[in-house]
Design a protein around this ligand. Structure first.
Ligand SMILES: [Zn+2]
Length: 219
């Protein structure tokens, strides 16, 4: 090979390496920018659903209440109970947890709530009505406790629109309120997509967040 050919090959090789490095760098930059955008979005999202300072004492009070009622473990507590006894046991949980959360419940009922529904919190003005599925308290007592916390959180959300005795931030209430009018809960079981949309509502994310914080330590 003459020197000119060798030089051309080296030049070609260097160009290829150069363009490879350039492409690699561009891809790295794009990836970094993408990660940056994603982490900003995640931060915004997390700050929207994160519990607030005012939630700390509420979560703590619920944890203490549950530790008292569910000791040594909720499964152990209910294992020999029939439906009537379980309804009574979970009614006590609703009564004591709602006291710990400072929410007033007008009525509590147990029964068949229909496919896919574990619990329900309805408000009629100031009045809050709670329903819990019999199937849930029979099949999964631990989840029933979390569902009660979840539904009682809805009670707090709804009550805060009329009488915010807990001091939630205006921003938090605005998020809850904006969804409250346009909630998709009635359609949640119509399709999988609707169910995911329902679960991603701020009211639901907050209620789930609260319930998992409140039941974190139950045995
Ligand atoms: Zn809910």
């Amino acid at each position: 090979m003459d020197p000119i050919t060798i030089g051309a090959i080296i030049a070609l090789g260097l160009t290829a390496v150069g363009s490879y490095i350039y492409r690699k760098c561009r891809a790295e930059q794009r990836k970094t920018a993408e990660i940056e955008v994603l982490s900003q979005a995640l931060e915004r999202y997390a700050s929207q659903v994160a519990l607030e300072e005012v939630d700390r004492p509420i979560v703590e009070a619920v944890r203490c209440t549950l530790a008292r009622i569910c000791s040594p473990s909720v499964e152990e507590k209910v294992k020999d109970m029939d439906l009537a006894a379980r309804r009574h046991f979970f009614a006590v949980i609703v009564r004591d947890v709602s006291r710990a959360m400072d929410v007033d419940i007008k009525s509590l009922s147990f029964g068949d709530l229909g496919y896919g529904h574990l619990g329900c919190c309805r408000n009629e003005g100031f009045d809050i009505h709670l329903e819990i599925a019999d199937a849930l308290i029979m099949a999964d007592p631990r989840r029933a406790v979390a569902t009660i916390c979840h539904e009682l959180r809805h009670a707090q959300q709804f009550t805060s629109f009329i009488d915010d005795k807990w001091g939630f931030s205006e921003r938090r209430k605005a998020q809850w309120m904006s969804e409250y009018a346009a909630t998709v809960s009635e359609h949640a079981t119509e399709s999988e997509a609707m169910f995911f949309a329902y679960r991603c509502q701020m009211l639901e994310l907050d209620a789930n967040n609260f319930a998992s914080a409140a039941t974190k330590n139950i045995a």
